[in-house]
Ligand binder design. Structure first.
Ligand code: UDP
Ligand code: MG
Length: 315
């Protein structure tokens, strides 16, 4: 029998974990697949880890990795992808916003030969207005930057064949923007649309600031357009300056010297100063990420493995 692995990153989800387990059980009961539910505890400070251990004692198909601290969902996913042994692997949120009933459709399409089956959120009524608008803008921009390789409104909920998982695991980067990496590796994909329901329990772990930084990581790891932009802007500004200089020389020769000029000097100095700081900041964003990669630290630190023996691959 083939093995289906579910990768479930969890951060302080003591209420949601048992609900998730029951729901998945229910859906996959009569599927002809072996199951592995791999929880990745991303440094929870509540009872999440104990609950996972309890589930493992009752049902050995429940396994777990526990991080020594919070490393973020992207790295929890990376750890899950590196550890899961399934022939098909599905990352899922524990809060049931990725409806388990979709797994059946995913499996059917996989059986038809698709290497990736992507869950696409057709409506996000459960999310706030601000989140929908910002997410919409981000996906539009990001899909431009990556030349359409990223499917808009697709989250992490997707089924991936072993070949796809191996391809993802072969990517060495530390700053991982998984949504972009999926598109980068390619493969034949099918799409399943679904409506995203509200969280079953607990609260969202993605405040606005974290999302903004996440978006920055995404853009800087997949595009150098923000860096190149400054060359063009520089050219435009230099050209304008050149013409203005010509005009000034001409004016001085024809009409003589005329002292006022404080306002124009201030405007030019302030605008250019601002632009130069912006461009430095953007170069800094990239430099910071280069620095993180170059340090070569491990992506995450594992405190414990539950039900994995030593056979799970080390990062
Ligand atoms: N999560 C995590 N580490 C984090 C933040 C979130 O492992 O630093 C997990 C969380 O427990 C959940 C999933 O990632 O299973 C999605 O998080 P959440 O539901 O809070 O995000 P939202 O659905 O609001 O975008
Ligand atoms: Mg959620």
């Amino acid at each position: 029998m083939k093995l289906l692995s579910l990768i479930v990153p969890v951060l302080n989800e003591e209420e949601a974990v048992p609900l998730f387990y029951e729901a998945v059980q229910e859906v996959l009961r009569d599927e002809p697949y072996e199951l592995e539910i791999l929880f990745v505890d991303d440094g929870s400070t509540d009872k999440t880890l104990e609950i996972i251990e309890g589930l493992h004692v009752r049902d050995s198909r429940v396994r777990g990795i526990s991080f020594s601290r919070n490393f973020g969902k992207e790295l929890a996913l990376a750890a899950g992808l590196q550890t899961a042994r399934g022939d098909a692997v599905v990352p899922m949120d524990v809060d049931l916003q990725d409806p388990p009933t979709l797994l059946k459709q995913f499996l059917r399409l996989w059986e038809q030969g698709y290497e990736t089956v992507i869950g696409v959120r057709s409506r996000r009524d459960a999310d706030s207005w601000a989140k929908r608008v910002s997410a919409g803008l981000f996906y539009r921009l990001f899909s431009r930057l990556t030349k359409g390789r990223v499917v808009p409104n697709a989250g992490d909920y997707r089924l991936m064949d072993r070949v796809v998982v191996d391809a993802l695991n072969a990517l060495p980067e530390r700053v991982r923007f998984t949504k972009g990496l999926y598109g980068w590796v390619g493969f034949r994909s099918a799409i399943v649309e679904y409506e995203r329901p509200a969280r079953v329990a607990g609260s969202s772990k993605w405040p606005g600031w974290k999302l903004w930084n996440f978006a920055l990581d995404g853009i800087t790891s997949f595009s150098t357009l923000p860096l190149r932009l400054w060359s063009y802007l520089g050219m435009v500004v230099a050209l304008a300056g050149f013409f203005y200089a010509g005009y000034l020389v001409f004016k001085t020769l024809v009409w003589g010297v005329d002292v006022p000029g404080y306002a124009s000097l201030m405007v030019v100095t302030l605008c250019l100063g601002g632009l130069i700081l912006c461009s430095l900041g953007i170069v800094g964003e990239y430099l910071g990420r280069v620095f993180q990669e170059v340090k070569g630290r491990p992506q995450y630190v594992i405190r414990r493995r539950i039900g994995l023996g030593d056979s799970g691959k080390k990062p």
